[in-house]
Design a protein around this ligand. Structure first.
Ligand code: ADP
Ligand code: MG
Length: 222
């Protein structure tokens, strides 16, 4: 996985989180404390500042992701900072150093392993699982789609597009759920009828991945 690719994804994520920050915060205002967009915008802003400061293009992708995770963990308040921070750190650690040149795009199997590491990290730290009305309700279906694609030899661009669709469907499916983890769980039944803000940000991040990775693939192929 090229650092160029990991950087492109982090930068695209920062941009979309910034653009949709008000939406994310409004979702959190309905069933939490109204800071989710603010938390993530701040975190990804610091991640981009770190990318600008380090010569990220010279670093392996796993190192870039792990460093992004440390920046999030160290700077972002709220449950999501700790959860996304740990997820990025674990995903980075799961990516082997590229054997070929820096333009290399990872095989789907490597993406699957990194995604698994991220999901496992969130589930372990959050003591959460699918159906709890959290970010995992977007991420676990996305992982399922990636695994299915890996099993059928689907190409990376198509696999990531399907994962993004699965995350978006997972987000929509959080609406009727009663939250069992995080601040929204304090509302009990009143948390039903709203999208989960963390599932919303996760769907944005997976969509950003789908939009960045095929582009990197075209660059390295061309
Ligand atoms: P906080 O709830 O501390 O204000 P944020 O508003 O930034 O943090 O993030 C809230 C989101 O974090 C929730 O919508 C949910 O998706 C996710 N979240 C909270 N607790 C957990 C948990 N235990 N496991 C998984 N995700 C969680
Ligand atoms: Mg909040």
């Amino acid at each position: 996985m090229s650092a160029q690719w990991a950087q492109a994804w982090l930068r695209a994520s920062a941009a979309v989180v910034h653009d949709r920050s008000t939406w994310l915060t409004e979702l959190d205002a309905a069933i939490g404390d109204g800071d989710h967009g603010i938390n993530l915008d701040r975190g990804f802003g610091l991640v981009v500042a770190r990318l600008d400061a380090q010569e990220a293009q010279l670093l392996p992708a796993g190192v870039v992701l792990a460093e992004a995770g440390r920046v999030m963990l160290g700077s972002v308040g709220g449950a999501s900072g700790a959860l996304y921070g740990r997820a990025l750190a674990r995903a980075g650690a799961a990516i082997p150093e590229p054997e070929a040149g820096a333009g290399e795009v990872p095989p789907l199997e490597v993406i699957v392993r990194a995604f698994e590491a991220a999901v496992e990290a969130i589930a372990a730290l959050g003591r959460s699982g699918p159906g709890d009305k959290t970010m995992l309700d977007a991420l676990v279906p996305a992982l399922g789609a990636l695994r299915a694609s890996a099993g059928t030899g689907t190409n990376l661009g198509e696999a990531l597009a399907r994962a993004a669709q699965a995350a978006e469907a997972g987000l929509e499916a959080t609406r009727p759920l009663v939250a069992r983890r995080g601040r929204a769980s304090y509302l009990g039944e009143r948390s039903a009828g709203h999208l989960d803000p963390g599932a919303a940000s996760s769907a944005l991040l997976v969509r950003a991945l789908a939009e960045t990775c095929p582009a990197a693939e075209r660059v390295s192929a061309g």
